[in-house]
Design a binder for this molecule. Structure first.
Ligand code: MD3
Ligand code: FE
Length: 216
C-alpha cells in the first residue's frame, strides 16, 4: 500500500458522516484554539454576550452575541437576522479572520467549496445552560451548510430529522469538534442537553459554540 492511499484512509477515519448531510470533523479546531479564544474575547468586548428573550417571553439560558454582516436576534417581536446590534445600534463586529478561515476550510473539507458565511452566532454555555429542540430556518436559503465549532466543556448534542416527532440521536461534542450540517441535515431538529459542570484547561467552566451561516 502506498503512503498516499494510507493518508486518504486516515482522513476518512477522522471525518465521520453522522447522518446524511452531516459531517463531524473531530478536533478540527484544536490547533489554533488559543487564537480562536483570543478572537472570542475581542468580539464579545465589542458586542457583549446577552441573554435574549424568546417571542414567547422566556429568557434563554445560553448567552449570545454575533459577528459578521448579520447577527441572529430574538425578542418579543420574533426571531430574525439584523445588520446591527440592538444593544449598541452599531454594526456587529467583523468576523475574525481566523474564524472565517476555519469555517471555510471545514466546509470545503466536507464538500462545500464555496461557503461564504455572512453571520456568526456566538453561544456561551455555563453549567446548566441548554438549547431546546429547534430548526434553524431564519436564513434566506438552505442550500448552504451551517458550520458549528465547539470549544471548552463537552456537551451532549441532540439531533433528529426534519420531523419534530422523530426521536433525536445523542452525540458528544468536545473541544475542537467541528460539524458541517448541509443537504438533508440542514433542516434537522437539534438542541443541546443541559451542560454538565466541569473544568476545561483553556476555558474553565464554559462551553463556546460558534455557528457560521449564509443568512442573507
Ligand atoms: C443541525 N447551536 O445556535 S450547534 C444554534 O451547540 C444551535 O450552540 C447549538 O443550534 C450549539 O442554532 C448547536 C450545531 C448545529 C447548528 C445548526 C444546525 C446543528 C444543526 C442546523 C441544522 C441541523
Ligand atoms: Fe440551531
Amino acid at each position: 500500500m502506498t503512503a498516499d492511499l494510507f493518508d486518504d484512509q486516515l482522513i476518512e477515519a477522522a471525518q465521520l458522516a453522522i447522518s446524511p448531510g452531516a459531517v463531524l470533523l473531530r478536533g478540527f479546531a484544536r490547533e489554533g484554539d488559543a487564537a480562536l479564544l483570543h478572537a472570542f474575547d475581542d468580539v464579545t468586548a465589542q458586542a457583549p454576550l446577552r441573554h435574549l428573550v424568546t417571542p414567547g417571553g422566556y429568557t434563554m439560558s445560553v448567552a449570545m452575541s454575533n459577528c459578521g454582516p448579520l447577527g441572529w436576534v430574538s425578542d418579543r417581536r420574533g426571531y430574525r437576522y439584523a445588520p446591527q446590534d440592538p444593544l449598541s445600534c452599531h454594526p456587529w463586529p467583523a468576523m475574525p479572520a481566523c474564524w472565517l478561515d476555519l469555517a471555510t476550510r471545514a466546509a470545503a473539507q466536507a464538500g462545500f467549496a464555496d461557503f461564504r458565511p455572512d453571520a456568526c452566532l456566538v453561544n456561551l454555555y455555563a453549567p446548566g445552560s441548554k438549547l431546546s429542540l429547534h430548526q434553524d430556518k431564519d436564513e434566506a436559503g438552505f442550500a448552504a451548510p451551517i458550520v458549528s465549532v465547539s470549544l471548552g466543556l463537552p456537551a451532549v448534542f441532540l439531533f433528529g430529522t426534519p420531523r419534530r416527532s422523530d426521536r433525536p440521536q445523542r452525540l458528544r461534542l468536545s473541544h475542537g469538534d467541528v460539524v458541517v450540517w448541509g443537504g438533508p441535515a440542514r433542516l434537522a431538529y437539534h438542541g443541546v442537553a443541559p451542560l454538565a459542570d466541569g473544568e476545561h484547561a483553556l476555558l474553565g467552566r464554559r462551553r463556546i459554540n460558534l455557528t457560521f451561516r449564509q443568512a442573507g
